[in-house]
Design a protein around this ligand. Structure first.
Ligand code: AMP
Length: 249
């Protein structure tokens, strides 16, 4: 059983984003970039399936500039067998990524396609759903547990009222939630081994996908700065302060 995992290069979650002075987007020059945290979880799950003897091959895929190779090397160090970079300098939006992934799914025919539930840079939470729709595959989003039973995939997912369990025929698309697993630390020997693993590069044009953006970003701005807080000595002072501030009590 082949497993494909989509991993995105994003601004590291510890870095405070800087908005470009013209408000056209974020200034990523010299910023620390990492694998999207939900994609690390998706990759960990794929590697666990391989270690359990369920998956036979794990393929990591990233779409973006040549620098996404770094993200793919991390995926290979976690345990992917090989990697594919769909190289483009275009500003990729979820629909374009979903189309690129569909083209690779057609080529590679994986039984399971794992994605993060969302990328922490655009917070779109769309790519997995769009991929499933475009490829005509069943989907289970926000997975907190994944197992394989014969020809079917059993996925537990957290919903408002509790936990839901789905049974899906494969091939299927699954997006990872935070509680699916705790990704391993990448060790130095595995980073060294990852350098020798195959990393193939294809272009969006070769896959016959039009990646032109369909949405236009009108402006990006910093959130308004928060006012400094005040310390109050006791509950009655707190109530007075709230009364003065909000005039609600
Ligand atoms: P989004 O819909 O943008 O919130 O992203 C959801 C998931 O789609 C991510 O967690 C990744 O698994 C995958 N994804 C999004 N963009 C890319 C990309 N450029 N390359 C590879 N995977 C991506």
């Amino acid at each position: 059983m082949k497993v494909m995992v989509a991993v995105k290069r994003v601004l590291d979650y510890n870095v405070k984003p800087r908005v470009k002075s013209d408000g056209s987007g974020l200034d990523l020059a010299n910023a620390k970039m990492s694998m999207n945290p939900f994609d690390e979880i998706a990759m960990e799950e794929a590697v666990r399936l391989k270690e359990a003897g369920v998956a036979t091959e794990v393929i990591a895929v990233s779409c973006g500039t040549a620098q996404s190779q770094e993200t793919l090397r991390t995926a290979l160090a976690i345990g992917a067998d090989r990697a594919i970079l769909v190289e483009t300098n275009a500003d990729l939006q979820p629909l374009a990524v979903a189309k690129l992934l569909r083209a690779l799914v057609e080529k590679e025919a994986p039984a399971l396609i794992l994605l993060g539930k969302q990328a922490i840079d655009d917070d779109a939470n769309q790519t997995g759903q769009m991929l499933a729709a475009l490829a005509g595959l069943p989907q289970a989003t926000f997975a907190s547990k994944v197992s394989v039973q014969g020809e079917r995939l059993i996925v537990e997912r957290e919903v408002d009222g509790g936990a839901e369990t789905l049974s899906l025929p494969m091939p299927a698309v699954v997006t990872s939630d935070l509680r699916l697993n705790e990704p391993r630390y990448v060790t130095l020997p595995n980073i060294m081994k990852a350098k020798k693993k195959p990393l193939e590069t294809v272009s969006a044009e070769t896959l016959g996908v039009d990646v032109a953006p369909r949405l236009q970003t009108v402006g990006v701005e910093e959130p308004a700065a928060r006012k400094a807080g005040v310390r109050v000595p006791d509950v009655s002072a707190l109530l007075n302060a709230l009364r003065d501030e909000a005039k609600v009590l």
